[in-house]
Design a protein around this ligand. Structure first.
Ligand code: GAP
Length: 446
């Protein structure tokens, strides 16, 4: 069973590399450990996941607004938020071979798991923020940090966003973008990296008017709905309550949504009740009032927040693992990514039946041109149709359109002139669809 599971991880990594979804970064220079580049299909899939998230949590709600803040903020932000002091993991190393480990992830009483003999040294707290310097000198005064979470901008910009959007509590501010952490143990492909895409929001509310337990429950359900909508296998998801002493310094309650990856059950997304901790800290440190003037009571309120946080790369990994299917056919195994149609990097692939028949190629190109503005399309005339289907199945393309001799009126059945074959990825059923109906046909499917 364990072998089968690891096998799945290997298959996903190999598919991602083979088909250009994700491959190692800086490859021509021998790579850079745990850095990954997202190729054409991977970039499109991640973008589709992020777009879906934005639509689901921001655009389709009237109590949510967006933000796109700077990655590098004034270092005072991280002082006030507690990240400079508290955003750390316990680091230990082997006294003999000097391999480093996260002390909370290993048995400290045992010898080093790398060399098998060295004793592990007393752990020290290692701050995970990635440091950089602003300007041409590398002096302490110029130290800045790459944000380890996107959340802080939602707190420091709360008043500006609230006033310019004229939103009333409760409402949320959402942001997505790169976050950076100098992880001690990055690994497991795109599961834990030092730079990753974060999608999160702070849902601000007046604690006198809204009950945090109810909001927490509502957001828990909304997260579960989103996970289902993007095809995450809910059988492999567990909501785990994080006990006192193990939560982040700002959280009064945290649930981790854990996913059963081939390498173990580990965090996928998080949900936290951050109280008014961050706003209060920033008020104190900046001397600026970060309150909401309640128009009904005229009272100035320091809002509390519930924070759902999603890693886009982990979402992509869980979606790939959930959608990978091998179907045994008569002669060979069909590998299919049964991605939700909306997420597929290519929505429609268009083929001429044969590559060396200019009339078929010209017609297929014409169809490709009419569809490409509305659906992400790919034109493919390499190899035979069977091979093209397999290539498209493997990247999760929901529909393939084939132009054949009947389409151009050169086949036996003249009634099929002006129609094409549309093949469904999941059922492998084919149907004839008139070319002029293709746009409408696909519009109904996505
Ligand atoms: N603002 C709250 C926050 O950042 P977190 O649990 O530390 O919470 C949120 O991170 C999410 O970001 C995680 O649930 C996970 O999906 C993702 N994530 C965290 N560290 C990551 C890493 N090193 N590589 C990839 N994704 C990561």
């Amino acid at each position: 069973m364990a072998e089968e599971k690891n096998d799945l991880m290997e298959k996903i990594v190999s598919l991602c590399k083979r088909r250009g979804f994700v491959f190692s970064g800086s490859d021509i220079y021998g790579g850079l450990a745990n850095s990954w580049d997202f190729g054409p299909y991977g970039a499109q899939l991640k973008k589709n996941i992020k777009d879906h998230w934005w639509k689901f949590f921001v655009e389709s709600r009237d109590d949510m607004v967006g933000l796109d803040a700077a990655v590098i903020m004034n270092p005072k932000v991280w002082e006030a938020s507690g990240h400079t002091g508290n955003f750390s993991d316990p680091l230990t190393e082997c006294g003999s071979c000097h391999t480093r480990f996260r002390a909370d992830q290993i048995d400290m009483s045992q010898p080093c798991t790398h060399c098998g003999k060295g004793k592990l040294v007393e752990p020290k707290n290692f701050n995970l923020m990635l440091k950089t310097f602003l300007g041409p000198t590398e002096e302490t005064a110029d130290v800045a940090y790459l944000r380890p979470e996107t959340a802080q901008a939602m707190f420091i910009d709360f008043v500006t966003v609230q006033q310019t959007s004229r939103k009333r509590l409760p409402f949320g501010i959402a942001q997505m973008g790169k976050a950076f952490r100098n992880e001690i143990t990055p690994g497991n492909f795109i599961f834990r990296t030092r730079e990753f895409d974060l999608m999160e929001f702070e849902y601000f509310f007046n604690p006198k008017k809204s009950n945090w337990e109810d909001l927490f429950e509502n957001w828990k359900q909304a997260i579960e709905e989103w996970m289902k909508a993007v095809g995450i296998d809910m059988e492999r998801v567990k909501a785990v309550e994080i006990p006192d002493g193990e939560r982040a310094h700002y959280s009064k309650r945290t649930i981790d949504f854990e996913f059963l990856y081939p390498f173990g059950q580990k965090e996928l997304f998080g949900l936290a009740y951050r109280t008014d901790y961050d706003l209060a800290q920033h008020e104190k440190a900046s001397g600026q009032e970060l309150r909401y003037l309640d128009p009904e009571t005229n009272e100035k309120v320091l809002p509390h927040v519930i924070e759902p946080a999603f890693g886009a790369d982990r979402a992509m990994l869980a979606i790939l693992l959930s959608s990978y299917v091998e179907e045994k056919g008569d002669e060979e195994i069909r590998v299919v990514l049964k991605l939700p149609k909306k997420l597929a990097p290519v929505k429609v692939a268009v083929f001429p039946l044969m590559k060396n028949k200019p009339e078929l190629v010209a017609k297929a190109k014409e169809i490709f041109d009419t569809l490409k503005g509305d659906f992400t399309c790919e034109f493919d005339d390499n190899g035979n149709v069977g091979k093209r289907y397999r290539r498209q199945d493997e990247i999760g393309t929901p529909y393939c359109v084939t132009v054949d001799f009947d389409t151009i009126g050169a086949g036996e059945d003249k009634s099929l002139e002006g129609t094409v074959t549309v093949r469904d990825r999941d059922t492998m059923q084919q149907e004839r669809v008139p070319i002029e109906r293709l746009k409408g046909f696909f519009a109904e499917k996505f």
